[in-house]
Design a binder for this molecule. Structure first.
Ligand code: GAL
Length: 758
């Protein structure tokens, strides 16, 4: 019944760090994620170079300033200013260079002090920031970085200022790097494919340089397929300007980036100045044409009905502080398990590792700036406008991103503010359209695409030529996996009905349902336990039946899907008469249903209710099954008369077995790499038992750590912990013991990781 792959299936190679991609010429990038010291709440003096931090706790980034239960915790526990310190040594060869400290993200306002020099506070929890630390370095002596991270909900920083329906958590929750570059260097590159579908296809390479250019400088751009150089072009830069443009033209045949074959190329830019600066910058790109049109969304000239979900970036226990592998896994779950073709990064820019995986998997992305309903004063709006620039400059090379969300989610009109956000987005990126997510129908549209949260049913007709439904279902029908049969069935139906209507009319580009995964929220939202159970999967990313609706819309060539949208029971009633209509989610074209070994029903897809879906759910009458004899329910799925898949649901009512499933069989021993381990209570056929509650005791040996609750109590029959690698190699052995069903063990190999050198 489960969509979870085996450990090996779909294993994504973790990227060590993005630094590795910036191959060295004149630049060097040093990951700075290990050997941090964490002091908890900040105190006067912690930033002083000579502060005694000997008693502080050694930690590795990404780091959450507090470990939490997966629900029912007090959100004030992470809302404080925490202090970190890191010692490092400066290498003599940096003396003639420029040295930057790059933060990928810390929540929510960060003050950095290097060797006693305090930099201006950076405001913002979702965007990267940097400090030029070269002038403050000490050679031949200890250097210290002190970081104070304010994780309170500061009204001067988006998304704060009023209520928001999610939690931001705290700490340095993404990575840190030290970057050493020549005096004149390449700060950023936007390599924009143009006319991808024609023989005139080319790449416009905009090179943003920093530093003085005295005398002639040469910029060279290469388009590579793997290591093979396909095209080279050069330009001379003689004066400082915002950017220099190089065009890679007359390209040979290239392969387009699409949903099935998301082909990626690399652009390498090299700068050489007369003064001896030598710098190199690499980025990945994909050739595709993505447009919202009056006739729907088109990718490479073909209409694609957008069918996807919203994703919050937070995880149980640690909020956003999960490493690249775990971030990437979410993209894999969305694309390969749920077969979504688009994700909205609600409501902020998410991890670069997640976006890299979207590029590799062919998962389209709508990315938006931080914010939720509230618009603050002018200074607040300035931060939001700055966020537009930071988001676009960070992510413009991702072929997966097809729309910039430049309005605060569900905010009211604000002409001047949104004129600014749109103008900035268009000036930085003339290749992508903008959207601005709203819930009021009659609002001013300054964006290119009307992106509407329409939670009603039937849906409203499109009120603009380019139209997408960015949220539906969600709070209007919060559902847990162990809710009763009717509610779970209705949850499935609500997602299916909306997508059916979206599919009925080409003017709808499609939609992203609310939402992919349950998420932690404030006390005044959700189910009273700090969770919004709005996901089609739970907070551990384990599917609820509504997830199978999404999965079942893929072509059987990709995967034959046959899943029950219900739990087999006859007494879970809301009145007399028993449970009747329940959904079966499948891309088969015919089903045979056997009860106690006897063929009782033959079903075709429910085309009456879902005329426009590729693979309408099947509706089966559970009430038709007799109470005696009672037994197992077997469903056979046929395509073109051929049996393709069988599903057997036990009638025994017994928690017969349990599984321990790791997403990955191997981790890197860098102290930060991690993988999810799901514990799943099942019947004797391997189907999840949503009411199973036995506490599972976990024990771990080897170079790893359990991130999560122990013992672990299944929620809706399943739950997960994450195993985080320590900084040594070896074998992690994880044993899970059920009070009645015995123990199961898994092993995870931890490979050696290169040490951090400074
Ligand atoms: C929307 C909002 C989301 C989430 C959702 C719940 O209004 O944009 O962030 O709160 O409701 O259904």
């Amino acid at each position: 019944m489960f969509l979870l792959g085996t450990a090996a299936a779909g294993m994504l190679e973790a990227q060590e760090t993005r630094a590795a991609a910036q191959a060295d010429a004149g630049r060097r990038v040093y990951p700075l994620n290990r050997r941090w010291l964490f002091g908890g709440k900040t105190a006067p003096g912690v930033a002083a170079a000579d502060f005694n931090d000997a008693a502080w706790q050694p930690v590795t980034l990404p780091h959450s300033n507090v470990r939490l239960p997966w629900h029912s915790f007090d959100e004030r526990s992470f809302q404080y200013v925490s202090a970190y310190r890191r010692h490092f040594r400066a290498l003599a060869e940096w003396k003639a260079k420029r040295v930057f400290l790059d933060f990928a993200g810390a929540m929510t306002a960060t003050t950095v002090t290097v060797n006693g020099h305090r930099f201006d506070e950076y405001k913002g929890g979702y965007t990267p920031f940097r400090f030029e630390i070269g002038p403050y370095l000490r050679y031949g002596a200890d250097n210290t970085i002190a970081v104070e991270v304010d994780s309170t909900e500061r009204a001067d920083i988006p998304p704060f200022g009023d209520n928001i329906d999610y939690l931001t958590f705290g700490g340095i929750y993404r990575g840190v790097e030290l970057r050493v570059v020549p005096e004149t260097f390449i700060d950023n590159v936007y390599a924009k494919p143009v006319a991808a579908l024609t023989a005139e296809r080319s790449v416009v390479v905009r090179c943003y340089l920093e530093g003085p250019i005295a005398g002639p400088a040469t910029l060279t751009a290469e388009l590579r397929d793997g290591e093979k150089v396909l095209k080279t072009a050069s330009a001379t830069a003689t004066a400082q300007a915002a950017y220099r443009e190089i065009r890679l033209e007359s390209l040979p045949e290239i392969e387009l980036w699409n949903l099935q074959r998301p082909k990626l190329y690399t652009v390498v830019v090299r700068l050489k100045t007369a003064a001896g600066a030598d710098d190199e910058y690499r980025t990945r790109i994909g050739f595709r044409e993505a447009r919202y049109t009056p006739d729907g969304f088109t990718l490479n000239g073909e209409r694609v009905k957008l069918m996807g979900l919203n994703r919050h970036q937070t995880f149980p226990y640690v909020g956003g502080a999960m490493p690249e592998r775990v971030q990437r896994r979410d993209a894999w779950i969305l694309r390969r398990e749920l077969h979504a073709n688009i994700v909205r990064t609600s409501h902020y820019p998410q991890s670069p590792a997640f976006l890299d995986a979207c590029d590799e998997l062919g998962l389209l992305v709508l990315e938006e700036i931080p914010g939720w309903q509230h618009i603050g004063d002018k200074a607040w709006q300035d931060v939001a406008v700055r966020n537009v620039g930071e988001m676009i400059r960070r992510d413009w090379n991702h072929p997966s991103i097809v729309l910039w969300g430049v309005r605060i989610n569900e905010s009211l009109d604000n002409h001047d503010f949104y004129t600014r956000t749109n103008a900035l987005a268009h000036s930085l990126d003339d290749a992508r359209q903008t959207g601005g997510i709203r819930y009021l129908y009659d609002t001013e549209l300054l964006e290119d695409v009307m992106t509407m949260n329409d939670f009603g049913f039937p849906l409203r007709p499109p009120n603009h030529a380019q139209y997408m439904n960015t949220e539906f279902a969600g709070h209007t029908f919060s559902t847990k996996r162990n809710d009763n049969v009717e509610r779970v069935a209705e949850h499935v139906a609500r997602h299916a009905r909306v997508h059916n209507q979206l599919a009925s009319d080409n003017r709808y580009a499609g939609g992203t349902g609310w939402c992919a995964f349950d998420y932690n929220t404030h006390f005044n939202f959700g189910s009273g336990d700090h969770i919004c159970y709005h996901g089609v999967s739970d907070i551990f990313r384990i599917p609820k039946p509504a997830a199978y609706f999404y999965a079942s819309q893929c072509s059987p060539e990709e995967e034959v899907v046959l899943q029950a949208g219900f739990f087999l029971s006859q007494g879970d009633r809301s009145g007399a008469g028993g449970v009747h209509e329940v959904p079966i989610l499948s891309n088969c074209d015919h089903l045979k249903v056997y009860w106690c070994g006897e063929l009782r029903q033959e079903l075709d897809p429910d085309r009456k209710t879902y005329a426009h879906l590729k693979h309408p759910p099947f509706t089966m009458d559970l009430g038709e099954l007799p109470l005696r004899p009672w037994g197992d329910l077997k469903i056979e799925g046929y395509i073109g008369g051929k049996l393709r898949k069988t599903l057997t649901l036990s009638g025994s009512g017994v928690d017969a077995d349990f599984k321990v499933l790791a997403d990955d069989a191997e981790l890197l021993g860098d102290g930060r790499d991690a993988t999810r381990v799901v514990i799943l209570l099942t019947d004797e056929f391997g189907n999840l038992r949503p009411f199973a509650t036995a506490a599972i005791a976990l024990s771990l040996t080897g170079p790893g750590e359990i991130v999560g609750e122990n013992p672990l109590v299944p929620a809706g029959g399943a739950a997960a912990i994450w195993v985080r690698a320590k900084e040594t190699s070896g074998v992690v052995n994880l044993t899970a013991t059920h009070p009645f069903l015995g123990s199961r063990s898994i092993t995870i190999r931890v490979g050696a990781a290169a040490a951090e050198t400074v």
